[in-house]
Design a protein around this ligand. Structure first.
Ligand code: PMP
Length: 387
């Protein structure tokens, strides 16, 4: 039967340590998680500022639901764009330093929408090899539209420069994560911007992991890296990580946003995001803007973890962000260490291919401003005690 090969495929995933399994939580997002009746210390979420379960966001969500209901009922272009969405877009544009901002239901969809709308046959996209899957898929989709898709070695400005110089493409678009989601390092955005200027290219920056965390007042990676305001920069920020809710936005020049409204298929052909999210996100932006103490605490935890593991057998990547990967290499070894921690009440996800390149399986420790130094201390002690 047609489904027989699926069972074989699943057995193959088990053999290679690549079968994905979910764990079910009996508690909301936070530093601790209740799973199978056990209370675990969690280092899994992208809730970097600890806003996902913040009372101010919960209150704003409830108040918005009472005023605006639950669903938007239609796409933004039909009748699903409410005052509360508009207010959020204006706040996001002002906060991120662009003319306009446009809400998308997810970051994944925003990335597909941007690339699909801006490029066509005869154009070219230049992407960092370690970009997030949604940017890889965006480039793949563009390829199907006749766009040339090139990848450059991670952070390799010279390689990108060579590719740009050799490209006969009419329109060029550089595509990069700002903070690489599985490595935690920050892209050389100022250098990428300089290349975009030189070769008259778009620069699309996916700041899923920097928005709310990096830069002045949490404005994100462009501020952190000192990239000047420019109509060639297209900024994508997600709202389900540091912002604690769900969704994403693209901030750019007014013309880019108008173009996306008319041409981005993942914007046009989907239901408008829930007004509840928009209401909660307005409250979240207040906390982000006044979140220096949370960001400073997070930085202190990052330093504590790195110092605590320095000189041990655990190989941390040189990440300055809340994403602190420990490279193990082998898939089974990554699972073994993750399971050993789990038995000790510590939940750290093992990340394996295809999420990361083959042979670079890792633990992805993700820190949040709601962790305490004692909790990070527990993780350090547990890792030091493991062989
Ligand atoms: N870009 C990056 C770099 C990400 O890490 C993620 C989410 N893991 C996304 C985009 C997708 O965002 P969303 O979860 O809102 O679809």
């Amino acid at each position: 039967m047609i489904w027989d090969e699926l069972s074989e495929g699943l057995a193959g995933l088990d053999r290679d340590g690549l079968r994905r399994r979910r764990r079910q939580l009996a508690s909301p997002c936070g530093p601790e998680a209740i799973v199978d009746g056990r209370r675990l210390l969690s280092f899994c979420s992208n809730d970097y500022l600890g806003l996902a379960n913040d009372p101010a966001l919960i209150e704003a969500a409830a108040a918005t639901a009472r005023q605006w209901g639950v669903g938007s009922g239609a796409s933004h272009l039909v009748s699903g764009h409410f005052d509360v969405h508009e207010q959020l877009e204006q706040r996001l544009a002002a906060f991120s330093g662009f003319d306009r901002a446009l809400l998308f239901s997810t970051g994944y969809m925003a990335n597909l929408g941007i690339v699909g709308a801006l490029l066509d046959r005869g154009d070219a996209v230049f992407a960092d090899k370690l970009n997030h899957a949604s940017l890889i898929d965006a480039a793949q989709l563009a390829k199907a539209q006749g766009v040339t898709s090139l990848r450059y070695a991670h952070g390799d400005i010279a390689a990108l420069e060579r590719q740009l110089a050799a490209s006969p493409a009419r329109r060029k678009l550089i595509l990069t994560d700002a903070v690489f989601s599985m490595d935690g390092d920050v892209a050389p955005l100022a250098e990428l911007f300089a290349l975009a200027e030189r070769f008259d290219a778009w620069l699309v920056v996916d700041d899923a992991h920097g928005f709310g965390v990096l830069g002045e007042k949490g404005r994100g990676s462009l501020s952190y890296c000192g990239v000047p305001e420019s109509p060639r920069v297209i900024y994508m920020g997600t709202l389900g990580k540091a912002a604690g809710a769900a969704g994403a936005f693209v901030a750019a020049s007014a013309d880019v946003v108008e173009w996306l409204i008319s041409r981005a298929r993942t914007y046009i052909f989907t239901t408008g995001s829930s007004p509840i999210m928009a209401g909660a996100l307005l409250a979240s932006l207040d906390l982000i803007e006044h979140g220096d103490a949370r960001r400073a605490h997070l930085q202190a935890l990052i330093a504590q973890l790195r110092e605590g593991l320095a000189g041990t057998r655990w190989q941390l990547l040189p990440s300055p962000t809340a994403i602190q990967p420990i490279i193990l290499g082998d898939n089974h070894e990554a699972l073994r260490v993750a399971n050993a921690l789990y038995e000790r009440g510590l939940w750290v996800p093992a990340i394996r291919p295809p999420t990361v390149p083959k042979g670079t399986a890792r633990l992805r420790v993700s820190l949040s401003a709601v962790h305490t130094p004692a909790q990070v201390g527990q993780l350090v002690e547990a890792l030091r005690g493991l062989s």
